[in-house]
Design a protein around this ligand. Structure first.
Ligand code: TRP
Length: 454
């Protein structure tokens, strides 16, 4: 059955209260744990300044065009991904599968994302109660190890974080998601800029900047480009319909090109700032740089214990991480919730509670760090399957859909709403039709190991 007939129609759906509210909500989705613990280290490891240039090129050529595609699909259909694909393709099942794939990806990503966000909650508690002062390197490693291996504590924090996410999504589009983002995003920027100013005053500022940004040509390899593209995709929340869903609450008048550029700009800004804050702090404390979870949860706490004003800075840093994670988690949950509401006509309240409980349950095994399935932990598989397989496939399908399947008059109308951009439209259409699918195909082949790393 075609979903369009079954859902409750546009009138009952939410809409953003303002364009800025939409931009904050979407930027909130984009700005997340990916910006803060993945980008800085990926840059330092992937060629420094060269990596930044490649990353920016990936955003311009692939990320931004796909973001506009997602918002165009959502805004045109005024539906969540599954019914949007169905409605705009004339009910073809293959396209509704792309929508469902996004729903599955949302489930998987949120289930493990919430475990990591739970660690952030634990560290906020430690930072506030003074548990992070006098931390040594060995002590910090032991502390994170204890948390990582403590199944009960992981599940407890995971439950709390999911409850917070559910609580906001329950409020609906304007009173929950938009309001949450309109409070948390400006607060996040204030904290970020505060930390940035502090970082420039440190002795290790130069060393940190050099570590991240010095162009290291010898580290450049074909794999760097593909890595940058994968990072751009995850960081911009692309490939699973998060921005289709957010776009579906956007009014017909709003300028999608401008909004996409603003969202992308904020995401890049936060990623660059995170790199410029974290490594100077690490080097000022005389510590060796680490990557991923080790950087945020082991090295940074030691650095905070070492530098002046560290106790307060630690609280600010982890609250910043929490806001980044929460606004992203909201978008992941909203994709699933909106789909169920649109397809089955459940109330938002019932949908959010049921879906939240299921995602919580799916996430529980990710809190058990010694649960191995073959070569990877449960957590590792969830992460691998969602970001390396589902997101690239979804992103490719989205570009192909907008480039080749959706009626071109509708695509044109949406691209040019707010302001006529005939020339930019041609360039964008060329990217979406040809360049984006090929680029993503390469990333995909790389991610599943068909193209080797070097
Ligand atoms: N972009 C977020 C981050 O950088 C994560 C995220 C939220 C996401 N929603 C998404 C990733 C949708 C992919 C798809 O942490």
């Amino acid at each position: 059955m075609v979903g369009i007939q079954k859902d409750s129609g546009t009138a009952a759906r939410g809409q953003w209260g303002s364009r800025l509210g939409f931009i904050f909500a979407a930027a909130g989705s984009a700005v997340g744990l990916g910006n803060i613990w993945k980008f800085p280290y990926a840059t330092a490891e992937g060629g420094g300044g060269w990596f930044v240039l490649i990353y920016i090129a990936c955003i311009a050529v692939v990320g931004l065009p796909v973001m506009m595609s997602e918002i165009i699909i959502g805004r045109e259909a005024q539906r969540s991904p599954v019914p949007a694909f169905e409605g705009l393709s004339g009910g073809k099942t293959m396209w509704s599968l792309v929508g469902w794939m996004g729903v599955v990806a949302g489930f998987m990503i949120l289930s493990y994302y919430s475990i990591v966000a739970g660690w952030v909650l634990d560290y906020i508690k430690e930072a506030v109660t003074g548990g992070l002062s006098d931390l040594t390197s060995a002590g910090s490693e032991a502390m994170f190890g204890d948390l990582f291996q403590n199944f009960g504590r992981n599940v407890l924090w995971h439950a709390l974080f999911m409850a917070a996410t559910v609580g906001i999504v329950l409020g609906g589009v304007q009173k929950g998601i938009e309001r949450g983002a309109t409070i948390m995003m400006p607060a996040l920027f204030v904290m970020l800029i505060g930390l940035m100013i502090y970082a420039t005053t440190l002795d290790g500022f130069g060393a940190g900047m050099e570590f991240v940004f010095e162009p290291k040509g010898d580290k450049l390899e074909p794999g760097s480009v593909l890595k940058a593209l994968g990072q751009a995709f995850f960081s911009l929340s692309l490939g699973m319909g998060a921005l289709i869903t957010y776009g579906s609450y956007l009014s017909k008048k709003d300028d999608i090109v401008f909004a996409s550029a603003a969202i992308t700009g904020m995401d890049l800004f936060v990623a660059l700032m995170a790199a410029m804050i974290m490594f100077p702090i690490v080097f000022s404390a005389g510590l060796p740089p680490a990557g991923d979870a080790g950087l945020a949860f082991i090295t940074m706490p030691v650095a905070f214990a070492t530098i002046p004003g560290g106790t307060i800075l630690a609280v600010v840093f982890f609250v910043l991480l929490l806001f980044a994670a929460l606004t992203s988690a909201i978008s992941l949950l909203e994709v699933v919730v909106a789909t169920i509401i649109d397809k089955f006509g459940w109330t938002r309240k019932r949908t959010t509670l049921v879906v939240g409980a299921i995602i919580f349950a799916v996430g529980v095994p990710s809190g058990k760090s010694d649960l191995m399935i073959g070569s990877k932990s449960f957590f590792g598989w969830m992460e691998m399957i969602s970001s390396n397989i589902l997101l690239p496939l979804g992103g490719m399908a989205i570009a192909l859909f907008v480039g080749w399947v959706m009626p071109q008059s509708k695509v044109y109308e949406n691209f040019n709403a707010g302001r006529e951009r005939a020339f930019a439209y041609r360039g964008w259409l060329f990217l979406v039709r040809f360049v984006v699918p090929v680029a993503i195909l390469l990333v995909f082949l790389h991610a599943v190991g068909i193209i080797p790393n070097d």
